[in-house]
Design a binder for this molecule. Structure first.
Ligand code: BG6
Length: 507
């Protein structure tokens, strides 16, 4: 019998990951997401030689544009936001594959034009019938678009070709609506062809959580309730809501960030070792964490939420949330949210996971801090350890990507005095390769049909199950607390940890 290397698939992944013949149809080309993330990432992939030479991008929107107008939009977005340098020859090749289709999301005629455009591109550019439909549009339109794709024969994979759909959060606004949304998508595309983007999973530093945990021997033995006191997951932004009032008002920080990015981070930190890095094995382990997560009984003291009022951002005076353009004066939408989650497993029993996020906080930083218990015994005088706090491993997701290990060390001198010091790993100092943007990685994975970095519907549902009671509790309470722009959230957030004898880190 032939020897079958069980690691074959893993080794195959090391080959250059270059997409085969294909194209993409982008719905919602005028939105921020398309201009700031999707279009630049496509150019960066092309520039890195990871797209096929005939790659084609079809923009679909209501605007009365010609192909050239669309090309101009893509050009401007690439010039402004691409990560890699602008090279005329790369742009020229990409631009030859740009097409624009004008229409509403339920316009039969326009979808017929789209079908013909794809056929034309298959002939002219050799895209082989392989297409990803990227829905960078509000979820309210998903039904229309996938319905039209189905009706015009665009959703079914032709023989020897693939059709995939890419969706962005919000995946619903609660458990029920998430299920409805999923039914809508699954009514047309088989679940293996639905790629849900949680762009945090595309970040290098987030993928590194798995490398750090499972490629090393020194962290795993202490990665449990015997040694870990608690975990803090912070995603702080210094910006306000910018021009996104329409999306943000009524959604708020918990739905915008905790339900997806922070729950995924928690799952990666808390999960057991997967049997492989295939999508299914990862999903099983993440799902187990989310299914074991519970909320403390008293939501009034184990959660906190706030709305920013006038304050400071980087030396500038900035207005409060209720004064932002497009926000209703009576809005109760939270711009800061913090929750306590318990993961009820043998590994994590008694170790709270504190998740917080907010706009207009002190600075932009995302980090995961594993805070360890104090040593069971300190054979020093009390004064010697006055300045010693708890050991901590801090995963710096962004900016200053890297990791910090905090531990106590003797201060040089004649007496025994112990103080916290940091040992640091910085990407910049260790690697010459620059990290790709999350969207580069994720779009490439869509085109390759490689699903491990995309959350499955089950994970989305479980995350809503955790969050829904908190949202219901807040809705009953009415108005959120307030905090001045440039601070670290409302006093209730401090109180939430103080009650457990702990404090938030000041990253
Ligand atoms: C998005 C949120 O998912 O993440 C935004 O909708 C937020 O509100 C953004 O600003 C932050 O992303 P990043 O990658 O800059 O941390």
């Amino acid at each position: 019998m032939d020897y079958v290397n069980p690691l074959r698939d893993v080794e195959d992944r090391r080959l250059p990951r270059i997409a085969g013949p294909c194209g993409m149809v982008l719905f919602g080309v005028t939105g921020d997401l398309s201009r700031k993330k999707v279009m630049p990432a496509i150019y960066d992939l092309a520039n890195r030689g990871l797209l096929p030479p005939g790659f084609s991008l079809v923009g679909y929107a209501r605007r009365d544009w010609a192909d050239q107008d669309f090309a101009q939009i893509v050009h401007d977005s690439v010039k402004q936001y691409a990560r890699t340098e602008f090279r005329e020859e790369v742009w020229k090749q990409l631009a030859e594959g740009l097409r624009f289709v004008q229409g509403d999301f339920d316009d039969d005629g326009a979808f017929e034009t789209l079908r013909r455009t794809i056929e034309e591109l298959d002939q002219a550019r050799g895209t082989g019938g392989n297409y990803a439909f990227y829905l960078a549009i509000p979820p309210g339109f998903f039904g229309s678009v996938v319905g039209q794709l189905q009706e015009h024969g665009l959703a079914q994979s032709p023989e020897d070709a693939w059709r995939r759909v890419v969706v962005e959060k919000p995946f619903g606004h609660d458990l029920e609506s998430a299920r409805e949304l999923n039914d809508t998508l699954n009514g047309v595309f088989p679940s293996g062809s639905v790629f849900r983007i949680d762009h945090y999973l595309g970040k290098e530093t987030v993928q590194n959580i798995l490398a750090m945990r499972f490629a090393n021997n020194m962290f795993e033995p202490i990665w449990n309730a015997n040694y870990v006191d608690h975990v803090q997951i912070t995603m702080a932004e210094d910006v306000g809501i910018g021009g996104r009032a329409g999306y943000y008002d009524g959604i708020g920080a918990a739905r915008d960030v905790i339900q997806n990015h922070l729950m995924q981070l928690m799952a990666l930190v808390a999960m057991e070792e997967p049997t492989s890095f295939e999508a299914e094995s990862l999903r099983i382990e993440k799902q187990k964490v989310l299914a074991s997560a519970t909320l403390p009984r008293r939501l009034d003291v184990s959660t906190a939420r706030g709305q920013y009022v006038e304050g400071w951002a980087g030396g500038d005076k900035v207005q409060g949330f209720l004064e932002e353009e497009g926000i209703k004066k009576s809005s109760t939408t939270e711009t800061f949210a913090a929750i306590t989650v318990n993961v009820e497993t043998r590994r994590w029993a008694g170790v709270p996971f504190y998740l917080r996020t907010g706009k207009r906080l002190g600075r932009r930083v995302t980090e995961v801090a594993i805070v360890f218990k104090r040593a069971p015994h300190l054979p020093f005088t009390e004064t010697a350890t006055e300045e010693l706090t708890q050991n901590a491993l801090v995963i710096r997701v962004q900016p200053d990507e890297g990791m910090t290990l905090r531990f106590g060390s003797k201060v040089p001198g004649t007496a025994m005095e112990i103080r916290d010091v940091n040992m640091d790993f910085a990407y910049g100092g260790s690697f010459t390769e620059a990290s790709p943007e999350a969207y580069e990685r994720l779009i490439l994975d869509v085109l390759l049909g490689d699903p491990p970095l995309f959350p499955r519907h089950e994970e989305v549902e479980l995350s809503w199950k955790i969050l829904d009671p908190v949202l219901a509790h807040w809705a009953r309470k009415g108005k959120p607390d307030t905090y001045a722009a440039g601070t670290w959230g409302p006093p209730s957030a401090e109180a939430m940890l103080a009650r457990d004898g702990r404090t938030w880190r000041r990253p």
